[in-house]
Ligand binder design. Structure first.
Ligand code: C2O
Ligand code: CU
Length: 510
């Protein structure tokens, strides 16, 4: 466990003790007022308001544990939520109560975060912020109302555990949506290193060591604003110059494998259907340091949802998916065998799945897919469905989040500080809040806010994770309607773990 993690946990333990002692009002060292903690009445009240009549109780069990997985001809020792990665597909209908019993069989403490859901704060799964870590051998029951339909996923919020096989998809069905498609496929993308000679913890240690303490060599004191973040990586041992025309610095880590539904491109999964069928594909990027450009050979896709929320449907050749983002698309299948590719953006390598509606040879791992260089959409290019547009109103509060960092030392910052020393972002329940992300680095950061689905001020698309490109600023609006303490961070898990995280912090009314 890194120093940062240890400190975060210690601080969190103190915070949770405060919750208990004050009956829901944890005192906060850094703000003058008091904060609405996970155990506060406001959290219980918000949950009660989410309950709907007729909602079902949906039960599931997750057992994170060490396993050996077959990535397709390559066996790897890793940690997963079962015998496969992704773990079990969880499914509920909006308004249901999901109860998940987690039995931790890992040799380390863990947690489960429900990425993208506007759920009750004490079930958000962030150790040190919303709960104590689930100790090795321990257990925890998550139980919460699932409010909004869409494609979500779950993963640990503990160190760099997400970069192992610990992730799975949660689909929340819409009782009002008839489903204008014949078939549905869940397609999970991941960058894979665990069990290939280095664990994610070793990768993190290597990044920190390569960066030194900042006092040595040619990189001493170098600021990220100028050259760092991908473009410098060419000079670092074992790293490629990972650049993307769309994203700039495309990552810090060259992975040995990129997998789709747990399989490397050399032995891909097959998705079978009949010619002419209309398929809904739910894409989830569960990667830790890789954006994926997805496309289907011989087809155009129509994007219908972004981070679970409907968008004005738009056709495209390819789609760029940052870490933590989800997109749903529909496509009408031709007759034949087609590659579904997930190219590691700005890196060398790709994941592959095979779409089959007829007999025939399966495509090679490196089959050319012209759609990859066709029209390519990002989440920021979309427009929301009218049904999910945020209502117009004036802004009550603004916060700037300046994204910074450096490779030497390896640290990533929000407003110049690293978590847990970063300044929290105070908000009051009922406010319309505008967050302005200002990226002062040469690499992209998929910024994620827990417990809320914000609206981009440009276009209005509802999202919970948005790619902020190098040297760009981007604003989002959210309604502060879900009280608690909410992690807000970069979904590059190595950036988050080395500091690029803070708290959207609801304050108690005086
Ligand atoms: Cu999937 Cu705090 O994130
Ligand atoms: Cu980042």
């Amino acid at each position: 466990m890194s120093e940062i993690t240890r400190r975060a946990v210690l601080r969190g333990a103190a915070g949770l003790a405060g919750v208990a002692a004050l009956g829901g009002l944890a005192s906060c060292s850094r703000s003058t007022g008091s904060v609405l903690g996970p155990g506060s009445d406001a959290v219980a009240t918000a949950e009660a308001a989410r309950r709907v009549k007729g909602g079902q109780l949906v039960r599931a069990r997750l057992t994170p544990r060490p396993v050996t997985l077959d990535l397709g001809g390559r066996a790897v020792r890793t940690w997963a939520y079962g015998e496969t990665a992704p773990g079990p597909l969880l499914r509920a209908t909006a308004g249901d109560v999901l109860r998940v019993d987690v039995g931790n069989q890992l040799p380390a403490a863990t947690s489960v975060h429900w990425h993208g859901l506007a759920l009750r704060n004490d079930m958000d799964g962030v150790p040190g912020m919303t709960q104590d870590p689930i100790a090795a051998g321990g257990s925890f029951r998550y139980e919460f109302t699932v409010p909004d339909p869409g494609t979500y996923f779950y993963h640990p919020h503990s160190g760099v555990q997400l970069d192992r096989g610990l992730y799975g998809v949660l689909v929340v069905d819409d009782p009002a949506e008839p489903g204008r498609y014949d078939k549905e496929w869940v397609v999970v993308l991941d960058d894979w290193v665990d069990g290939t000679g280095r664990s994610p913890d070793q990768v993190l240690a290597d990044l920190q060591q390569a960066g030194g303490d900042g006092s040595m060599g040619g990189m001493a004191g170098m600021d990220h604003g100028s050259m760092m973040g991908g473009s410098m990586m060419g000079g670092m041992p074992g790293m490629e110059g990972m650049q993307s025309p769309l994203l700039g610095g495309a990552g810090d880590i060259a992975y040995p494998h990129y997998v789709v539904n747990g399989r490397a491109a050399t032995d891909p999964v097959t998705l079978a259907a009949k010619p002419g069928q209309r398929v809904r594909v739910r894409f989830v990027n569960a990667g830790s340091d890789t954006a994926f450009r997805v496309a289907v050979g011989g087809h155009r896709m129509t994007v219908t949802h972004s981070d679970g929320f409907p968008v004005t449907p738009v056709p495209t050749d390819a789609l760029l998916i940052g870490m933590g983002e989800r997109f749903d698309v529909t496509l009408t299948l031709s007759d034949g065998v087609f590659p579904l590719v997930a190219s590691a953006e700005g890196k060398k390598g790709r994941g592959l799945a095979v779409i089959r509606t007829a007999p025939g040879r399966r495509p090679f791992a490196d089959v050319p897919v012209p759609e990859l260089s066709g029209q390519t959409l990002l989440g920021t290019d979309l427009f929301p469905s009218d049904s999910v547009r945020l209502e117009r109103r004036s802004t009550d509060r603004r916060h700037d989040l300046v994204l910074g960092g450096s490779m030497a030392p390896y640290r990533w910052t929000l407003n110049g500080k690293t978590f847990p020393d970063s300044e929290p972002l105070p908000v009051m329940q009922g406010e319309r809040v505008r967050l302005r992300f200002v990226n002062q680095t040469m690499m992209f950061h998929p910024m994620h806010v827990h417990g809320h689905t914000f609206a981009l001020t440009r276009g209005g698309t509802r999202k919970d994770t948005v790619v902020v490109r190098p040297m760009q600023a981007l604003e989002v609006d959210l309604d502060a309607d879900n009280p608690g303490q909410w992690a807000t961070h970069c979904h590059n898990i190595y950036h988050a773990e080395t500091g690029m995280m803070t708290t959207l912090s609801y304050q108690a009314q005086e």
